[in-house]
Design a protein around this ligand. Structure first.
Ligand code: HEM
Length: 338
């Protein structure tokens, strides 16, 4: 290895200097490392939807925060490692170009309202989603506080919901919610965009809908009727057979088969509400590799299959929001700082 020959007094190092260029290469982010979409279920979550404001430099502020997003998570996570803090960020179609400054994932578009004969899946504003999860509410709170402080006037809060895990992973309708989620190798297969779309590789489409339930009406239904609506038994969560014809259950309407293959999504729904205000809700969040899969589920729920026979869960549950995002890979977020 070369050493300065002009100064004979400089000691020759007895180690082999590393090839810095090669090391820099190995330090470069591995393309397409996803965000923590597949983190284990936590006992608490905050669903925060914000819009980008017109303030000068708003996109730059957001880019700056997102480029060190994993660092920001660590800052709070490290204060209580058992608390298992995760946060996924999703970016909407309206601001994708300003923030990401690269090609849009090919199915990313604003949430389109779906109007069935009886119920409407409304579309509501939102440019960024923060899905904050932890096993302690204070971790979620602390992270959200620091995050909003950093984002400042670059964003305006559209909706904020604090969710909690209810007995046996049940929703407020009393049913175990999340059972059919993909696990193991099926999880990345169902949630992460692959080679089919280089612009979205390692990322996932996200749809959120905040539902409020009419628990009084639901409570007046017999347990048999409720089970028919959901497609599983209430106490022990056993799957019921699909109806051969006529009205289909929620479970059947959301089973998507195309060309002999079943297409899944990942859901991390959370109950929320206030007994005092008589608000009882389910915050629906779905992650998917293909947007058309969620779209098809929503069409089958709202329009019905056959059309007219909508998902009866909607007779007891009203969506107050509906927004679409894309969670880019963690690598793509890091590169915003380059
Ligand atoms: C009011 C809001 C909702 C509630 C309370 C709810 C509740 C449930 C429950 C209890 C199950 C059965 C257990 C399970 O596998 O998780 C289920 C299944 C499912 N839900 Fe929902 N859900 C809601 C909205 C939605 C929406 C909006 C979608 C899709 C856009 C959806 C997609 C699914 C899927 C894919 C399944 C699994 C179907 C299968 O067995 O393969 N859900 N949901």
């Amino acid at each position: 290895m070369s050493n300065s020959s002009s100064n004979q007094n400089v000691p020759v190092p007895d180690f082999v200097p590393v090839d810095v260029a090669a090391q820099a290469k190995t330090q470069a982010p591995i393309p397409g490392i996803p965000q923590d979409i597949d983190s284990t279920l936590t006992s608490n979550a905050i669903f925060l939807v914000v819009s980008m404001t017109e303030v000068l430099g708003a996109a730059d502020t957001i880019r700056d925060v997102l480029s060190d997003f994993s660092g920001l998570i660590k800052t709070v996570h490290f204060r209580n490692l058992d608390g298992a803090l995760y946060c996924t960020v999703g970016i909407g179609a309206r601001v994708w170009d300003d923030i990401m400054q690269c090609e849009k994932p090919r199915e990313l578009a604003p949430f389109q309202q779906i109007a069935g004969q009886t119920h409407i899946a409304i579309s509501t504003p939102g440019d960024l989603l923060f899905h904050i999860r932890a096993n302690r509410p204070d971790l979620c709170f602390e992270f959200e506080k620091i995050l909003l402080d950093k984002l400042g006037d670059a964003v305006k809060v559209e909706d904020e919901v604090s969710g909690f895990r209810y007995f046996d992973e049940r929703d407020l309708l009393g049913f175990v919610d999340g059972t059919a989620n993909p696990i193991g190798p099926h999880l990345p297969q169902a949630t992460l965009v692959g080679d089919e779309d280089p612009a979205g590789k390692g990322g996932a489409y996200i749809v959120v809908q905040k539902y409020e339930h009419n628990l009084k009406r639901w409570g007046h239904q017999s347990v048999e009727k409720q089970e028919e609506v959901i497609g599983r038994t209430k106490v022990d969560n056993i799957e019921l057979p699909d109806a051969a014809h006529g009205q289909k259950s929620h479970k059947t309407l959301n089973t998507i088969n195309e060309a002999g293959e079943e297409f899944d999504i990942l859901r991390d729904n959370m109950p929320f509400g206030s007994a005092a205000d008589e608000v009882f809700g389910t915050y629906f969040i779905g992650y998917a590799r293909y947007y058309w899969v969620i779209q098809k589920m929503l069409e089958r729920m709202y329009i019905g299959d056959p059309p007219g026979l909508h998902d009866q869960i909607l007779d007891f549950s009203t969506p107050r929001t509906g927004t679409t995002f894309f969670a880019p890979s963690a690598t793509a977020l890091e590169q915003l700082g380059d």
